[in-house]
Design a protein around this ligand. Structure first.
Ligand SMILES: [Zn+2]
Ligand SMILES: [Zn+2]
Ligand SMILES: [Zn+2]
Length: 179
């Protein structure tokens, strides 16, 4: 029998797709197609194979207890608005918490999904805390309402400055919500 590279007394389950060594079950992590061992280089490959989602496909809204199906973008960001009760939920923390609307300021809205995807990637690169309302890429409902992008109020100026460089003609929707 083939034995584990780390445990000579254990039967090997599979090869690591990264380094090619044989390992036992406890030494392997399962990807979508392949197994990977615990070496950092092989773990990096595993990470690439697995989509990085912050939250599962469907979650329970902590506010109204309805089950929500999330889009891939919502899952990756982990923050979204409940379509039933309109609460904004942060699922990246445990337990999930309901975000106060007042912590976020709308910086733009757009019907253009290409714009939205670009803006999201920019905000993510710059570590801007943001949420998106009205976005629905699941195809159940067409995108009739513009998606609105809100950023953490503390980071509004920063976000605007970053996005300015990208020459997107998108500001002014409700950037001045004075109270
Ligand atoms: Zn390996
Ligand atoms: Zn082992
Ligand atoms: Zn809800």
């Amino acid at each position: 029998m083939k034995t584990c590279f780390n445990h000579p007394d254990q039967e090997a389950l599979s090869k690591c797709h990264g380094c090619g060594n044989e390992y036992c079950e406890s030494c392997l992590d399962e990807g979508i197609e392949y197994y990977y061992c615990k070496n950092s280089e092989c773990q990096a490959l595993l990470k690439k194979e697995l989509p990085e989602y912050a939250v599962p496909e469907s979650v329970i809204c902590p506010n109204c207890n309805i089950e929500l199906d999330l889009s891939e973008d919502e899952r990756r960001v982990g923050k979204f608005r409940c379509s039933e009760c309109d609460a904004v939920i942060d699922y990246t923390v445990s337990p999930p918490k309901i975000i106060e609307d007042t912590n976020y300021t709308e910086i733009l809205s757009s019907l253009n999904q290409g714009d939205i995807a670009l803006i999201k990637s920019i905000l993510e690169d710059e570590d801007i805390d943001y949420v998106i309302y009205g976005e629905n890429f699941l195809g159940i409902r067409p995108l009739l309402e513009p998606a609105r992008i809100l950023v953490n109020t503390d980071q509004v100026e920063e976000a605007k400055n970053i996005l300015k460089d990208f020459d997107l003609n998108i500001f002014g929707v409700s950037a001045n919500q004075d109270d």
